[in-house]
Every structure is written in C-alpha cells, then in structure tokens.
Write a protein that binds this ligand. Structure first.
Ligand SMILES: NC(=O)C1=CN([C@@H]2O[C@H](COP(=O)(O)OP(=O)(O)OC[C@H]3O[C@@H](n4cnc5c(N)ncnc54)[C@H](OP(=O)(O)O)[C@@H]3O)[C@@H](O)[C@H]2O)C=CC1
Ligand SMILES: N[C@@H](C=O)C(=O)O
Length: 267
C-alpha cells in the first residue's frame, strides 16, 4: 500500500462515536490513519472496514490516555512519524452529575483524559508540524466550554481549557501554516451520554444531533477556515459578536490601578 499524498491523521477516541466518524471521513478524503482508543477489537473492526472501502493504510494503537505510559507511546508516534500532518484530539469523557453527587477521583480521571492527554499530544505533534511546514490540529471541545452550567462543572472546565488552548495555539501558530480548529458540539447522539450518566434517550430530541451530521458540519467549518465551529449555531455572526466582546475587554484586563468603580485610592 502506498503512502497517501494527503498525509496521515492521528485520531484519538476513534473506536466509537464522533472519533469513528472522523476516521471514516478523513479516510474518504484520502488520509492514512492512526486510530487510538482503549478498545482494540472495535478499532480493528473499523480499520478493516475503512481500509477495504477506501484503500488507505490504517494503523491502530490501543492506549488508555488516562495512563501516562500509554500517553507517552502516542507522544512518541507523533514525534517520530513524519507523515502525520493532522491530529484530531477527540478522546474524552463527560459527566452529568453536579459536584455534590460526583466522585472526585472520577473528576481527576476526566481531567487526565480531556485536558492533560490532549495537551501532551498537542505538544508532541506541533514541533514536527512546524518543522515540516504545516498541518492541522482539530480539538473536539464542547458547547459546555462556554456554557458550563449545562452539565458537570469539571467537564465544562475541561472543555473551557480546550477552547483557551485553541485560542493560544491559533495565536502562536498562525504564521506557520498550521490550521487550528476547536469544534463545539452540542448534544450529539453517541455512547457519551450513557457513560456520562444520562441516557441520550432522556434528552429532548430537538437538541440532539446525529453524530454523522455533527462531524460533516465540523469538517465543512474546517474547510471554510473556521477556528471555532459550533455545528448547531445558525448565525456565524453570533460567535463573531461573542469574540468581539472578548477582544473589547483586552486593553483593560491589566492596568496599574484598580478601576474607579471600586473606590480604591491607589497606594
Ligand atoms: N456526544 C456529545 O453530546 C458530545 C461529545 N463531545 C465530545 O466529543 C468527544 C467524543 O465523544 P463521543 O464520540 O460523543 O463519545 P463516545 O463515548 O462515543 O467516544 C469517546 C471515545 O473516547 C475514547 N476514550 C474514552 N476514554 C478513553 C481513554 N481513557 N483512553 C483512550 N480513549 C478513550 C473511547 O474509546 P474506548 O472506550 O475504546 O477507549 C471512544 O472512542 C469527547 O471529547 C466529548 O467530550 C462534545 C460535545 C458533545
Ligand atoms: N453534550 C455536550 C453538550 O451538550 C457535551 O457533551 O459536551
């Protein structure tokens, strides 16, 4: 099998849901794939199907991204495989319970996966992308990154981290031909919900998107050059207004004196 001229995409959390659909769509766009998740059997089934249907080279790597040794193995692949030009940071878990009903150790595991692993894989991938003159990082965030009141607060915080990191990556890498995108799905019909503690069937149907539609919209947003893609948001202008409000704060976020409205006489 010849190497793809498009390059290789490494997709985390590819054994089900959103990650499996990214794998499908990227293979059909001509990318070779490295698929990462814990469930080897599922990865193997997907890899066999996609390589038969698309002719692409598909490698699988079973790894638990809450375990530092497993994360290190994926970091090594990202550092050493010069064909990799796309990283899809998708693996993640959530929770729907509030603080008073949550197990704090589970919160730490969530941060290990949603925050620490995503950060380490990004840090492993970016130097090679820069050295090779370009590539893309796609981070699967969530609408809870801007609406943490919706589900468990640590889950919201983990996705706010992804949004902040994406802002910073975009700022740091914009002159290096590296595309950075954060995707903010709303409720999407995957196994996520059962694992998070609320079966998806318990949600009102009108707020739940099919995972295929979510990924296709996210990839359309990528093709349109978006940095932040909210697949369900009808008006792009609404996100632009949100971003403009953030930018408007910037000149006053760090000053030598407290604002007059606090009535503090500067020492
Ligand atoms: N579904 C939704 O409503 C929304 C989902 N998202 C985000 O989308 C992303 C994908 O979730 P989704 O597809 O919905 O859910 P799924 O549960 O279907 O997929 C999660 C994926 O992450 C993998 N994963 C989970 N834990 C680990 C781990 N410890 N190590 C490695 N891989 C792991 C799972 O594979 P395995 O079990 O084989 O390890 C699976 O492939 C997540 O980041 C989620 O936060 C964002 C907004 C909405
Ligand atoms: N379902 C999403 C929010 O609606 C999420 O899981 O982040």
């Amino acid at each position: 099998m010849t190497k793809s001229a498009k390059g290789t995409a490494l997709v985390t959390g590819a054994s089900s849901g959103i990650g499996a659909i990214y794998a499908d769509r990227l293979a059909r766009r001509g990318y070779d794939l490295i698929l990462v998740a814990r469930n080897r059997e599922r990865l193997d089934g997907l890899a066999k199907r996609l390589s038969t249907e698309t002719g692409r080279s598909i490698e699988i790597v079973a790894a638990d991204l809450t375990k530092r040794a497993d994360v290190s193995r994926i970091e090594s692949i990202l550092r050493s495989n010069a064909n990799i030009n796309v990283l899809v940071n998708n693996a993640g878990v959530g929770a729907t319970a509030p603080l008073l009903a949550s197990d704090v150790d589970k919160m730490s595991d969530m941060i290990a996966l949603n925050v620490d692993a995503l950060m380490r894989l990004t840090y492993a991938a970016v130097p090679g992308l820069v050295a090779r003159g370009g590539g893309a990082i796609i981070n699967i965030a969530s609408v809870v990154g801007v609406q943490p009141e919706l589900l468990n607060g640590v889950y919201g915080g983990s996705k706010a981290f992804v949004l902040a990191l994406t802002h910073s990556l975009q700022h740091e890498l914009k002159d290096k031909n590296i595309r950075v995108q954060a995707v903010l799905p709303g409720a999407t019909a995957t196994e996520f919900w059962g694992i998070a503690g609320t079966p998806v069937e318990h949600l009102p149907g009108e707020i739940v998107m099919k995972a295929e539609d979510m990924v296709d919209a996210a990839l359309a947003g990528f093709d349109q050059g978006e940095i932040f893609t909210v697949p369900s948001l009808p008006e792009a202008a609404d996100w632009q207004a949100y971003e403009a409000a953030r930018q408007k704060l910037m000149p006053n976020l760090s000053r030598s004196a407290p604002a007059a409205r606090y009535g503090v006489k500067a020492a």
